[in-house]
Structures are given as C-alpha cells and as structure tokens.
Design a protein. Structure first.
Lengths: 116, 116
C-alpha cells in the first residue's frame, strides 16, 4: 500500500538555524499538508498546498515558514530561523482530493524537530 | 469554530472485552468525522469516517463508530479488543462549508491500553 514518507525521522538544530523537512506524498495525490504536534498537545494544522501554491494556512504558519514542491515528488517545509518553541513532531499528509472534504488525508510517520 | 473533545486521556480495557473511545464535536451544520490511530513511531493511520447515511460506520481492524447527531458524538468501538489495538487514537472533524477550510481539526487523543 502506498505511504507518505518523511525524512529525516529526527532533526536536532540550534536556535536560529534553518531547517528543511522533507516529505514524499503518495504519487497520485494532488493536495499536500503539514501539521505539527508539540509534545503532549494536539495535532495542529499548518498549511495546505495545491497546484504549486498555498491554498490555506493557519496563524501558526508565519513568515518564518515556507513550503515548496521542488520537483514532481518532494514536498518540503522550511523554517528559516528556528525557535525553541518550534520543537515538535511535524507530520506531512496528502490527499487525492482536497476540495472534497469527505476524503481522508494520509499521514507520514513524522519528523521530530528538536531546537536547542 | 470547529472543535473536538476526547474526554478521556487514557482508556484501559482487558483483551477480549469491548472497547469504546469517546469523541464529541462542535461544528455548525453536518460534519465529516474521522478516526485516526497512531502507533509508536508511525504516522496517523486512517481508520474510518462518517460522511452521510448510516450512523454506524465500519472501518479497518474491526473498528466501528456511531454518529449521534443529537449528542454530537462519534464514539469509536470494537466488540473484542486485542493487545495490538494499544495505541493513540485521534478523532477529527471537518466542516462542510468552505469557510471551515480544508484542514482537519483533531481532538487531543486518547491512549488505549489493552491488557492481556
């Protein structure tokens, strides 16, 4: 069964450094998402992406964050200058159809980001 | 605004006994409701969803969930629990209307422990 994959599984970085989290969505999916889960807290929506542009973002997704689909398979989340409070598990998800809200999203295993 | 509550942080059940993981939601209009499960070091896996029709929906691994509109609930159930069902379970809601956006709103999660 196709899966969403994410690399790396764990990233440790120093405050102020840039990080790029990578995801390979399921191949025939067109809608892509990033969520995060701070330890012990809820899974929170960050951003959705379709047709090479952001379709929706939350208030968490400020100017320090950006997303990109650099080629036909990867979907990346960049944090320009990491803060301690960016430490969280970051999940990538993809969906065959996004505008149809009845469709489920498929999640990757997550990247644990630790900012020191 | 949409919200999801999972009133129990932890549910313990003996193997072979029925299990229930509770979920209540708040959203205007009819919602789309989902259950996801998270095993250690894995991403969120889709279990089942309610879109419309029969209030009892069946999903993966023998799980089912009952939509109750009057109680705004969508409890996850399984007639006979297995030790391998031990995991973190998330309820999620998606509003029907574009104003709610494309993203899921997740509950805080319930940790299910099935004891042998």
């Amino acid at each position: 069964e196709p899966e969403v994959t994410q690399t790396p599984s764990h990233q440790v970085t120093q405050m102020g450094q840039e990080v790029i989290l990578r995801c390979v969505p399921i191949s025939n999916h067109l809608y892509f998402y990033w969520y995060r889960q701070i330890l012990g807290q809820k899974v929170e929506f960050l951003v959705s992406f379709y047709n090479n542009e952001i379709s929706e973002k939350s208030e968490i997704f400020d100017d320090q964050f950006s997303v990109e689909r650099p080629d036909g398979s990867n979907f990346t989340l960049k944090i320009r200058s990491t803060k301690l409070e960016d430490s969280a598990m970051y999940f990538c998800a993809s969906s065959e159809k996004g505008l149809d809200r009845s469709y489920e999203q498929y999640f990757g295993p997550g990247t644990r980001l630790t900012v020191t | 605004a949409q919200s999801v509550a999972q009133p129990e942080d932890q549910v313990n059940v003996a193997e072979g006994n029925p299990l229930t993981v509770k979920c209540t939601y708040s959203v205007s209009g009819n919602p789309y409701l989902f259950w996801y499960v998270q095993y250690p070091n894995r991403g969120l896996q889709f279990l089942l969803k309610y879109i419309t029709g029969d209030n009892l929906v069946k999903g993966s691994y023998g799980f089912e969930a009952e939509f109750n509109k009057s109680q705004t609930s969508f409890h996850l159930k399984k007639p006979s629990a297995l030790v391998s069902d031990s995991a973190l379970y998330f309820c999620a809601v998606r509003g029907l209307f574009p104003a709610y956006g494309q993203n899921f709103v997740f509950g805080p999660g319930t940790r299910l422990s099935v004891l042998p």
